[in-house]
Design a protein around this ligand. Sequence first.
Ligand code: PDD
Length: 287
Amino acid sequence: MSTVYLNGAFMAMEQARISPMDRGFLFADGVYEVIPAFNGVLFRFEEHLRRLERSLSALYLINPHDRAGWRRRCEELIQRNGGGNLSLYLQITRGAADKRDHAFPDPPVSPTVFMSTAPLTVPTEDSPDRITGAAAITLDDIRWARCDIKSISLLPNILLRQQAIASGAREAILIHDGFVTEGAASNVFIVKDGEIATPPASHAILGGITRDLVIELCREQDLPLREREISEAELGDADEVWISSSTRDVVPVVSLDGRPVGDGRPGETWKILARHYIAFKRRLCGV
Ligand code: PDD
């Protein structure tokens, strides 16, 4: 039975209760993070906390804990769930008021803080040579204008992901006005003639922690990478396409809209990046 954290207490998942008046339930009025832990060690934790701080302030929510307080709670939750490879889900909502009202409760109510963990299997645990890659489809990006906020309001994302799953693919790659934004729950990279490209950070995408690490590793390893707009035509014509997220690391997309990407197998540039990614994880977490 897994242990969760709710408003200051650790408890069995079955015992966790929240009010139906919670604004997360009524309005999706809250933010979240998904933080991976490898070998029981939280990965890029400070970076996730920094993004959480930005999301909270975009919603005018006061951060209920300082960084040391978050670290203590998150590490304890990982330990109570046995360590190893886990993804930690963390959600903060504006809390439960007596009456449903779009306007913020005045005076403010206590935020609801919930955390849980789930087992995590990421592809780059093994040798990159054993990885077969994933299929993706392109879909219109139907989301709002502040995708940089990690909001729990994910209805478009789940509809888009479900459409991808229903078509036999793993991810939807989203197109806004003819340009790639990101995946339904991932960031996107392409490789063309040896150059790696990813859409620039903006309000149109969630600045992924994994995306930032890929950029960092490419710069360290002198792999040519540019943050720039990618047209839908360039995506269709790419030698390689990758998607990245905290729960999947970096996955090669080998089929797009039913057509092979490159020769339909994980590309050579991805293999180089994946080896550096694995080495980085080993250094940090001893995986
Ligand atoms: N989602 N873009 C979107 C829309 C996402 O939902 C995610 C991750 C990413 C990648 O961000 P990161 O590398 O920081 O995980 C990009 C998480 C995993 C989720 O919703 O479960």
